[in-house]
Ligand binder design. Structure first.
Ligand code: C2E
Ligand code: CA
Ligand code: CA
Length: 664
């Protein structure tokens, strides 16, 4: 058309018609000439048209999905491109009865075919030979039997101007000979190789692409993991560099601080001390024997120390010739052993090499207190140890000093107590004393409290106040109490057999009572074992325990009472004495402690308080015994208030079983 127009001397501009059909376009004056026409047609409004000579002839074919029989044209549903609506008009006029549905693009056509909306698609053969190269259309089949040809002509409204235009165009059309026509046709259709687009590529190679993608993802995952591993390894290496002293292999300052914090929090009952150690005149050694010799000394010291520490101890090099050590030591013997194993070999390091230099170590020792295990501050403890080390360096008399020698003594004692408990139980260092309880009216001995005594092999006679808190702290009190309870039950059994039905009060520590421990069951198996009746045992639970965990305490007390034991609230008046508790807690007897009034100033006020407390307890219907009665006046006063059950030095001190047996 372009060639024809050129030949005819037109300057042609091609636009796509915007009207739904060529018929409609004929009524518009936007276009001089329209295409394609097969024959002259009427416009929508009924205008006649005039058409040109044939420009070229095109073979048209139907395409179906797979090979199949197609209905005759008069009964056929055909899909065509929207852009071919001119052709569609022509075909409709050629084959009345045919249904033509147009679609925006080839994909739309093919989809319609596949969904059976149409029986076949129609386009010219050149188009098919081009587009069917697309891989996704490989199952579309050209139906050669259906081929027909169509003329392509230009046309316009049948007016004098229109006719003149067509006449002039016809001259141009005549200039195009057959060879040229064929060349053009070939150039624009079958000579052109189908151009693959991205979707074709995916269609053809989806499996390979999928595999490639999976492979890629796998490679990425492996790479990420590998990188992470390397990073972690690197981090660990760096951490090790930070945590370790490269010269000696012991911990660095940072590493030591971290490890010490860990150990202290993991071992809250260990007898730890922290020492700060320094070589006296290290600079002199370096200057005289050289740096290498100095380094050798440090390495030797570190290696020697490492040999004698265990997994729950740590050693770190702070700077130059300063080392920090966290050790679990609780006796002078162990300190001496350290001296022999580490300090003396270090002292003789150069002498053993035939050099006349004596190495002196200075150590400051800080002994950890219970508070240090709660609020762990390694730097602070090291500071205190360092201050002490400085003193050692200055006074030149000792090689070590304690920052807090009292704590050292205390710690040693605690360790002696803790470590010796099993042996004490076995070797009967532990004894049960009995303190009689009397009825002041009758003078009769109505009961006794079992109190523990420890004649420690090394520490001598220990008061309960010296060892009970320590054992409570480290969770060993239960072992002691079980022993005491058992002994008491044995004694009760012995007395029962002699026909004497005695009752004894035993103490239950607050740390004996735990969610996971059934105290009532323990007592009831004891009385079964020794064939006792439950009323022979009074269980004393200290008042403050009720405040700490009232729910557990109430349950325990209830359970004990259900088993037939009498429950006593010990030390009433010495602690919190919550009135609320008196209401809530199930007890059979209250032990009023007189100690609490002893030091208080005004005896008149004391009398009023005691008198009122007694009235209150009576009114609540709870039994009462007063302990700590030391004088006649106290006893008489209590008697006048109606509180006649008493226990105290005024009557009897706690006594060994032999003495107690004589009494009863
Ligand atoms: P506690 O249960 O209040 O025992 C009474 C304490 O008061 C006993 O001290 C007793 O000797 C003392 N005492 C008795 N009468 C008088 C007196 O008139 N004046 C004075 N000042 N003191 C008097 P002890 O035997 O030293 O025991 C102290 C604490 O140790 C006991 O206080 C008890 O809480 C605990 N305890 C003793 N033995 C055991 C035991 O076997 N297990 C447990 N868990 N704790 C025990
Ligand atoms: Ca008691
Ligand atoms: Ca008491």
């Amino acid at each position: 058309m372009k060639i024809a127009a050129d030949e005819a001397g037109f300057e042609a501009e091609f636009v796509q018609i915007s009207e739904p059909s060529v018929k409609d376009a004929l009524d518009s004056d936007k276009y001089d000439i329209l295409m394609p026409f097969g024959s002259a047609i009427e416009s929508t409004s009924g205008k006649k048209s005039v058409i040109s000579e044939n420009i070229f002839r095109t073979p048209f074919t139907l395409v179906t999905e797979g090979k199949r029989d197609i209905p005759p044209f008069s009964n056929l549903r055909v899909g065509m491109l929207h852009s071919q609506k001119g052709v569609a008009d022509t075909i409709r006029s050629l084959y009345p009865g045919i249904v033509i549905i147009t679609y925006d693009n080839v994909d739309g056509c093919v989809k319609a075919l596949r969904n059976n909306e149409v029986d076949a698609l129609l386009h010219n053969s050149f188009f098919w030979s081009y587009i069917l190269q697309k891989p996704a259309y490989e199952n579309l089949v050209v139906q050669p039997s259906s081929m027909f040809t169509m003329d392509f002509k230009a046309g316009t409204a049948d007016t004098p101007d229109g006719r003149a235009l067509i006449e002039r165009l016809n001259k141009g059309i005549k200039q195009i000979n057959e060879t040229k026509r064929q060349a053009i046709t070939l150039d624009y259709t079958s000579r052109r190789l189908y151009k693959y687009d991205v979707s074709d590529f995916f269609y053809s190679y989806w499996l390979i692409i999928l595999l490639a993608v999976l492979l890629f993802i796998a490679v990425i995952i492996i790479a990420v993991q590998k990188t992470r591993g390397l990073l972690k390894e690197n981090e660990e290496k760096i951490q090790k560099l930070i945590d370790e002293d490269p010269l000696t292999g012991v911990l660095s300052m940072d590493g030591f601080r971290k490890r010490a914090e860990e150990l202290i929090s993991e071992n809250p009952n260990a007898p730890y001390f922290l020492s700060y150690n320094n070589i006296r005149d290290f600079k002199y050694i370096n200057d005289k024997l050289g740096r290498v010799a100095g380094d050798d000394l440090l390495k030797f010291w570190a290696a020697r120390s490492m040999e004698f520490i265990d997994d729950e101890e740590a050693i770190g090099r702070i700077t130059a010739d300063r080392f920090a050590v966290l050790r679990k030591i609780a006796s002078d013997e162990e300190i001496l052993a350290d001296e022999k194993n580490v300090i003396i070999p270090v002292r003789n390091f150069f002498i053993n090499q035939g050099k006349d230099i004596n190495v002196q170590l200075c150590s400051g020792i800080y002994v950890l207190t219970p508070a240090d295990f709660v609020d762990i501050d390694v730097d602070h403890m090291l500071d205190l140890a360092r201050i002490t080390e400085k003193k050692v360096r200055q006074n030149r008399e000792q090689s070590y000093l304690f920052y807090n020698p009292d704590q050292w003594v205390k710690g040693k004692k605690a360790t002696d107590i803790i470590n010796n408990l099993p042996a004490a139980i076995k070797d009967q260092e532990l004894q049960v004393y009995y303190q009689p309880q009397v009825n002041y009216n009758t003078g009769e001995i109505t009961g006794a409290e079992a109190l523990c005594r420890w004649n420690h092999g090394k520490l001598g006679h220990l008061r309960p106040s010296e060892f009970i808190p320590i054992l409570e702290n480290c969770g060993l009190i239960f072992d002691l109490d079980k022993y005491v309870w058992d002994r008491v039950c044995q004694d009760l059994k012995k007395w029962n057999e002699r026909g004497h039905h005695q009752t004894v009060s035993v103490n239950v520590s607050r740390s004996d009572i735990r969610e996971d421990r059934d105290i009532a069951k323990i007592f009831s198996s004891l009385i079964q074992k020794y064939n006792l009746s439950p009323d022979q045992l009074h269980i004393e639970i200290t008042e403050s325990a009720y405040v700490e965990n009232s729910e557990l305490l109430i349950n325990t007390a209830n359970s004990l009472r259900e088993h037939g034991f009498k429950v006593e609230m010990d030390d009433f008046g010495s602690g919190y004495s919550s009135l609320h508790m008196l209401k809530e807690v199930p007890v059979d007897r209250i032990k009023l402690d007189l100690h609490f009034l002893k030091d208080s100033g005004d005896p008149e006020k004391s009398h009023i308080i005691i008198s009122c407390v007694i009235k209150m307890i009576n009114a609540l219907g709870i039994d009462l015994i007063t302990e700590g009665v030391e004088t006649t006046q106290q006893a008489r006063f209590l008697q006048s208030e109606g509180a006649v059950e008493m226990q105290g030095y005024y009557f009897y001190k706690p006594m060994p079983i032999e003495e107690f047996e004589k009494l009863i």
